[in-house]
Design a protein around this ligand. Sequence first.
Ligand code: FES
Length: 124
Amino acid sequence: MTVDIGHVDDFVDKTVKLVTIEGREIGIIRWADEVYAVANLCAHQRGPLCRGAVAPRLQGGAEPGTMELDAGAPIIACPWHGWEFDVRTGQAVWDERYRVRTYSARVVEGRVVVDLGRRGHASR
Ligand code: FES
């Protein structure tokens, strides 16, 4: 089931906007030219994941002892205990055994469209 949830300009870049689609709370994350959709349900203790902050992933740098931000890898942090998930895949950053539900989302002619029947991300 595909649902039009609004104009892309209604979604502020690098933030989460919580929407309800067919009774499901879903966080819509606009990140540069992409949009992502993540269920508002943390894989840890079912906390309100999408009330957390999004940020670029912090990872080891090219030189020993350095760190870098990967702007192409948006991460959402749960506000309850800080577990972090890659919004593109739903996978926990620190352990691939944990994952949150994601939905396919894309921009079509300026409109954000979410497909409830498909997991993951769909590019433009
Ligand atoms: S409920 Fe999300 S980190 Fe614990």
